[in-house]
Ligand binder design. Structure first.
Ligand code: ZN
Length: 102
């Protein structure tokens, strides 16, 4: 989508350090982190809502979130990782991975 900020990030129009990338998804730090390590994981394809993301991409997306969640848990010493899926603030489906303490 032309004016979508996350599509611009995927296209490299907004310089962003990707902490992970594969054919389907990218991950990068949230610019307003709620905790150290707060990461966004997004499909490269534009879809507003998670249930609109095609199955193959969704599998990669959740697989990447799970893998990165474990990695972030180890790196930050968090007790667990919160996962939230939103598509309203930026209308491009995205997973928030937020390290949390019990
Ligand atoms: Zn988009």
């Amino acid at each position: 989508m032309e004016n979508c900020i996350f599509c611009k990030i995927v296209r490299g129009e907004i310089p962003t350090h990707f902490t992970y990338e594969n054919e389907y998804v990218v991950a990068f730090p949230d610019i307003h982190p709620k905790a150290p390590g707060h990461t966004l994981v997004i499909p490269k394809e534009h879809h507003q809502w998670f249930y609109e993301v095609p199955k193959e991409t969704a599998d990669e997306w959740f697989g990447a979130a799970q893998m990165l969640g474990l990695k972030l848990k180890e790196e930050t010493g968090a007790d667990y990782l919160q996962l939230s899926i939103i598509g309203k603030d930026v209308p491009h489906a995205h997973i928030h991975l937020i390290p949390q303490k019990l």
